[in-house]
Design a protein around this ligand. Sequence first.
Ligand code: ADP
Ligand code: MG
Length: 596
Amino acid sequence: MGKIHVLDEALVSLISAGEVIENPASIVKELIENALDAEATNIEIQIEKGGIDSIVVSDNGEGIQKEDCLVCTLRHSTSKIESREDIDSIFTYGFRGEALASIAAIADLDIVTRYKDEEIGTRIKSSAGQIPDLTDASRAQGTRVEISELFKNVPARRKHLSDARVESQRVLDAVMKHAIIRNDIGFRFIRDGKLVLDCPSNQNPQERVLSLWGLDIASSLIEIKRKKKGINIQGFITDPTMSRGNRSRQFFSVRKRPIEDQSLSKTLEAAFSTLLMRGRYPMCALDIELDVAKVDANVHPTKREVRIQDFDDVRNVLRDILSNALKDSEPMAVPETLEDLVDTEKVDEPTVFHDASSARAEGRALLLEETILVKPVPSAEPDLDIKELGSIFNILGQVNMVYIVAATEEGLVLVDQHAAHERILYEQLRNQVNDGDVVVQELLEPIVLKLGVGEAEKILALDETLETMGFTVGSFGGNEVLVSTVPEILGKRVSDDELIALVDRILDIGEKDAVEQFMDELVKVTACHSAIRSGQKIGHEEAKRLIANLFETDGKYHCAHGRPSIVKISKKELDERFGRTGPEALARFRARHRLG
Ligand code: ADP
Ligand code: MG
């Protein structure tokens, strides 16, 4: 007897419906999940031209019974649930019986499958939207699904597909989501005839990371395997020495189902709290296993989200487990001397700039010492005219290692050192790029960047754009990229860590239709990355130069990303806050002079 049946109306109405097939990546996701549900131990994914030309997913799962082949492509045909009670405890990835039907409706389909207990296999072949043809066929146990002519009968949606490079990146992401969590399963990904990813089955998490992300990351893992309050957390996090400039390597799953949930990233980062600098993110692949009755997978058409009962408890447990794991893996250094103690409790004092001459002056730290003259320039932004800032800047110092404080005749002026520097570098590099005249710095020793699967190719595909910006990149084989020149604004001593952080941000820019737009983002990212960071101590001369240079720029009031770079607290505001003017001051004045 067959296993697949068509769900009745009543049951179908309980299932959250929606579009499952948006692009090649969503097809690949559904096919991988079908293979996993069929208990395959090896899955191979092949795409041509980003999957737009063809997608083939083959598995060694149990296969589809001959008699089921007639119905498996019908809407709401599934072997995975039968009654409404089943919806409350879903053990499989699929359960709606929609994927094959949705695919058959919009593309040509060619399935060859052989069920484990049957001798003869079956070929199911259909043209988009047509009734399938069944014939006998032979193959090893398992299933091979081939899809071509995607959206051939829905030209509007075909037009909506991105270019092959982008679609193929999306497919890789979809494969990665499963491959990083299911280290027990073998995954191969072949793109345009090239083997991009090759992970054998039965790897441990560390071996899997080695296959996917390389040795450096694999050797910095903290394995997580702990249970608390019935919640089992398994997988790994990277230790604080290894981090990324974005969250693209944070993977979470619930009962091995990949999910997207920002609150879990927040929980992870909370566990790291002060161990990582701002803007740095840990990597992880963590699976949350809890009672199946507490997980509702039926909330999102593509099952990308799940609803979890008592989710707060889950997050708390996750946080505890991760904090403990981090503590165990890194014994806290015990301060031995008084000096060490003092050092750890040192508060962040404001830095006061003073030079020898002024220190000599009266044996006390002179605050108002150095002045720079700022030429009043007509400003495009009338609400904060340069004249309003004042024209003589007395630079007082740096607060919290990020704000430069200056006194002017108009009040107090605060400059965000990072925002200001970013603005300066942004305009500088932008002008150089526009003039086709970027100042390039040759690296004495070219740097080899070990990137992740797919990342190297993405960077190499940008080589011409990067070149106009001063970066010379070349392939170093596999996932390695050789960098031999960088734009000069990046500074003299670039490290591979820094370049990797920059690569992360470049990969983050995403798709931009216009080249100029992409270039502009690239310039912004490079400027931001090259700029003085917050938390960096700067000297008086440097602060002076920074403010002077900032006033030479066109957009001096904002960093390249639009945050303010200058804030003014006017004399009037100071007077008011100190009760020198305003109603209270008036009342005092009247009282003192016995005015009614
Ligand atoms: P669902 O996964 O929600 O059940 P699908 O449309 O994805 O719906 O698949 C329909 C049915 O076809 C599945 O329930 C399963 O029985 C069968 N099937 C699909 N793909 C495979 C596969 N790779 N191996 C074995 N059976 C499969
Ligand atoms: Mg399915």
